[in-house]
Design a protein around this ligand. Sequence first.
Ligand code: ATP
Ligand code: MG
Length: 423
Amino acid sequence: MNKIDGKTIKVPEEVRAIMDTLVSSGYEAYCVGGCVRDSLLGRAPEDWDITTSALPEQVKSLFSNTVDTGIQHGTVMIVIRGIGYEVTTYRIDGKYLDGRHPEHVTFTRSLEEDLKRRDFTINAFAYNDGSGIVDLFDGMDDLEKKIVRAVGDPDARFTEDALRIMRAIRFAAQLDFKVEEETYAAIRRHADNLANVSMERIRVEFEKTLMSRNCGMVNEFFRLGMGDYILPGYAEKCAGFDEEIAACLPGEQEDDARRYLLLAILLKELSAEEAKDALRAMKYDNKTKAAVSAILRYKDAPLQADRARIKKALNEMGEEVFFLEADLQEAITRAGMDGLTKCQDDVTLSTFALVREMAEDIIAKHEPFSTTHLAVNGNDLIRAGVPEGVQLKEELEALLERVIRDPGLNTKEQLMELLRGKS
Ligand code: ATP
Ligand code: MG
């Protein structure tokens, strides 16, 4: 798939079929933007966008299964076998009055006009088999030099739409490119235009950068004066993102786990409550807020290779956060090592391995670590005469304390016996 042969791109069959239909009806049609860029770089494109001289209604009349995803901007989605392909009419963006969205768009018959409105030279390629790669702004050159360069005058382009200043850094981080000098200087000049961009869009670009192979590039946002728009009220206190700790995280991880840990590293100077507040301002979902603030809550209480302590930690944090906590504490420890005390370092690191091993063993053996794991519940205790409320909770916790030390005690008879023995 997507193999480059000279300057030929392997276009998926469905995309080719859409372009063929448009062309045989007398219109022009090209793949455009990210899919061409990624194909040229040998990366698998996320999605395939098509640009055409046909007007939206003309596009719709040619295909049976279409969705008006952005019809006012000329975009129609064509659905083939459950996958959507966006087909957008060549367009010229009108004046940008709000620093983010064009006031209106005008359709045009000129591919060149359509390519001119795109953000970066490496995002402004068009391709079809007949014309090959259409590269009007020396994007190929920039691709080879690994440069992100604005199409046209960067000041004008960043004034039109401030999201582009974050996209420039994001693409540089994802592709391992540099932002071209003039484009970079213009980013600095226009950082405050981010005030015009919604937090949802800011967060998407921020997170794509954070999750990229160059996550340290998020510091560019802070260096370039965008901190207050990304982390309102907390940018200064966070004091940047420690990429050395991030480099010490486990290599293979689920996306969500990595996201929580990277956010915890970003917010590590904040208290759990402040972190939650910062994530709320970033419009993060509840799961993310809860996971990241829990990781931070226990960050300064080192995990220890002690079975009873591990059970208590599992009880307080929950299994998911416990293992994330181990990852974070280990990464912080590794990043802080200077290699001089190698022997001590090895002991510290083997502690983390042991902590994980013990926790996995506790879980695998179903050893109780929560009052919900006890062989008795609140009702059993009430029936035995324990009053509801604080005392009930305390009795259950006292039983758990015993069972944590001796899992063999976790039978109804023994627990009731213990309860009676106490009273
Ligand atoms: P990816 O999908 O990998 O994030 P992409 O380049 O495909 O990267 P999209 O956001 O999907 O990015 O946009 C598709 C194309 O639309 C871009 O390649 C670019 O040509 C154009 N584009 C997107 N957003 C903007 C923008 N804010 N300003 C100008 N052009 C844009
Ligand atoms: Mg895309």
